[in-house]
Structure formats: C-alpha cells, structure tokens
Design a protein around this ligand. Structure first.
Ligand SMILES: Nc1ncnc2c1ncn2[C@@H]1O[C@H](COP(=O)(O)OP(=O)(O)OP(=O)(O)O)[C@@H](O)[C@H]1O
Length: 343
C-alpha cells in the first residue's frame, strides 16, 4: 500500500516557493494499476517521483507498506528504493552497454557479483519482455518499443513490488503503445506488482488502469475506479480527457442534438449488461421509439462496456427509463449544449 498523507510540494524558484502540488491524501492498494492523468505542468512527474523520494515533499508523509519514506536515513532509503522499479518516457538506457548489460546494471548495484546467477536472471528478464534474441545489441540498434522493454526488464531486475511508469508510452506510436501496455498488464497480473503510471492520455488509463486520479494544476480534482470516472466524468478537465479518448461521433456532447426531437439520453452498459437485448424489449413493452444518435462498445481494462446516445419519444419514456435502470443500465439525460457553451 502506498499512502500519501497531507502531502504537498513546492519548488524554490528565484527565491520564491512555487506550489507544484496542493496538499492531498491518496491511497494506492497493493496489486492495482493506478493511473495519474493530467495536462503538462499539472504535477504528475512530481507526484510519481515523491513515491521513491526522487523528489522530497515540502510537507506530509509518504508511506510505502507502512514505512515512512520521508523518515528513512540514506542507507535504508537506498534499500527501500530497490523495491520500487521505474521506467521513463525516454527509456534512460546506457548507450554504451548492451541490452543484457543494461538489464544487469541494477543487479550489480544491488551487490550481485556471481556471473552465472546474474546471467540466469538477465535471461529470465529478457524472456519475460520478449527480447531474448536482442541480448547482445546496443540500444541504438533497437526500436522505441524494444528500448522500453529493456527499461521494463531493468526495472524488474531486483524483484520490486512497485513499478513506477513516467509517461512510459508517450514516445511510442499507437501500436507499440498497445503492446507495451499489454506487457505492463501481464506483469501486473502475473507478478502481482503494484503499478503507478502517469500519462496525459485517457486511452492509456482505459486500457490498463484499475483506478485513476485526475490532476489539474497541482490538485487532484477527481479520482475513482476507471469505469466510474470514464463513464461518468464530473470535473470539466476529466470530461475533456474522456472526450479526447472517444471518436467524435461517440462523444455524445459534441454532437449537435439541439434539433433532435424527443429526450436525448445516454445509456451506459457495463459488464454483462453490455450484451443484454434490453432496448428491444423496452420498446415492445412501452411503445417508446428510439433514435440512435451515437454509440460505441469497447473495454475498460477487462470490463466490456457500451455507451449509446438515444433520442426517445413516446408517452411512456419515464417507464422505459425505469425498466432500463432495473436492468442495470445507467441512464443520464444529456443537457444539449449550445456551441458557445462547449468546453
Ligand atoms: N525542479 C523544478 N524546479 C522548479 N519547478 C519545477 C521543477 N519541477 C517541476 N516544476 C514545476 O512544477 C509544476 C509541475 O511540474 P511536473 O513536471 O510535475 O508536471 P507534469 O504534469 O509532469 O508535466 P509534464 O507532463 O510536462 O512533464 C510545473 O509548474 C513545473 O514547472
């Protein structure tokens, strides 16, 4: 468990304290994938670097498995840091060392001197990230995705219980991003590692995270399960992130519904309800007409979900909504937005 208690952080700039993170509390459970999303300058890097004390907080406590990181003397902090792996946007590999040597580096730092056991561990790690055939290559000979796999193998070398990912896929193309995220999800599942990642892309959060915190100008403005935050964003910053992750026609609020007759509703289906044929049944039972304006079916991590934007007409719309809610479907009335109110 990672716990932030009344943590805040300011940087000293030109003799003045400039706040980067307002006081906040946050708990990250063992074994979860926790995302922190925010725009540039929101404080994401600062927040993630507080966990291994690459940045010291200006106040408050950071507890990792009940150890107060801020109170550790230097030697104990070094030891505690070995339990926290980290990967970076620009990989931070040693250019003059081979893939195998890069992965062996943290083992050496931790005091491993037996060449055979080091070789065995490096082989295991390279197999896990799918780079066995590239052990003797240099970073410059690898693609971005392969470099990040080396970064992941290196971060896992000392069997950490926490993996911090600092914009780990931001320098990668969408396909490579997907394969690196799949690898992180597999590591989380199989090694039961806690993963904390920062990103400015909601799609990254949707694909791998269990829970998310939204950071806006140094303040956590919203947090919760990814399904709740993604399907029902409350803060304007969160809504912008969610809409960026949706194709325009599916991002309900963007469509021009002002002229559409009837009541415009957004239906959200999660898990098994995604596949239930509720709409046809409700139409038959209540005589309500549906006009589908936008829709999508996708997954939030392993959870299938669907969202449909509908115009509903008929005398028994309220009865139809009650039946839909009873079937476990979340129903919201969309306030049609005029163009000047769009955020
Ligand atoms: N070492 C530093 N000295 C002074 N100010 C800093 C330092 N590091 C960060 N800041 C400031 O703190 C605020 C938060 O920065 P941070 O890098 O944590 O944000 P971020 O969300 O990670 O942004 P990005 O996505 O651009 O990396 C910014 O206003 C930044 O200018």
């Amino acid at each position: 468990m990672i716990r932030f208690q009344a943590v805040h952080k300011s940087y000293r700039v030109d003799g003045r304290d400039v706040s980067a993170l307002q006081p906040f509390d946050l708990e990250i459970a063992d074994g979860e994938v926790f995302g922190i999303i925010g725009h540039s300058g929101a404080g994401k890097s600062t927040l993630i670097r507080l966990i291994n004390l690459l940045e010291r907080p200006s106040g408050g406590r950071i507890l990792v498995d009940d150890t107060d990181m801020t109170a550790l003397p230097a030697a104990a902090l070094r030891q505690q840091r070995q339990r926290i792996g980290m990967i970076f946007q620009h990989f931070n590999l040693l250019a003059s060392q081979t893939v195998a040597e890069n992965v062996a580096f943290p083992l050496r730092l931790a005091g491993e001197s037996d060449a055979a056991s080091m070789r065995k561990r490096v082989d295991e790690l390279l197999a896990r990230v799918g780079l066995t055939a590239h052990a003797d290559k240099y970073p410059a000979q690898l693609s971005g995705g392969q470099k990040q796999r080396v970064g992941i193998a290196r971060a896992l070398a000392n069997r950490p219980s926490i993996l911090l990912c600092d914009e780990a896929t931001s320098a990668l193309d969408p396909q490579t991003t997907a394969s690196v995220l799949d690898l992180l999800a597999e590591i989380n599942r199989e090694l039961k590692l806690t993963i904390v990642l920062i990103t400015h892309e909601m799609d990254v959060v949707r694909r791998v995270c269990d829970r998310v915190a939204v950071l806006d100008a140094g303040t956590i403005v919203e947090s919760g399960s990814v399904a709740d935050v993604f399907l029902h964003p409350r803060h304007p910053t969160t809504r912008r992130f969610v809409n960026e992750a949706l194709p325009e026609e599916a991002a309900g609020e963007q469509a021009p519904f002002a002229h559409v007759p009837g009541r415009v509703m957004r239906l959200s289906f999660r898990g098994e309800t995604t596949w239930t044929p509720a709409l046809g049944r409700v139409a038959r039972e209540t005589g309500v007409d549906f006009n589908i304006l936008a829709g999508r079916i996708d997954r939030i991590k392993d959870l299938p979900y669907g969202q449909l934007t509908l115009a509903m007409q008929g005398a028994r719309v309220d009865d139809a909504l009650t039946i839909l809610r009873q079937a476990g479907i979340e129903v919201e009335e969309i306030k049609t937005m005029s163009p000047e109110n769009k955020s």
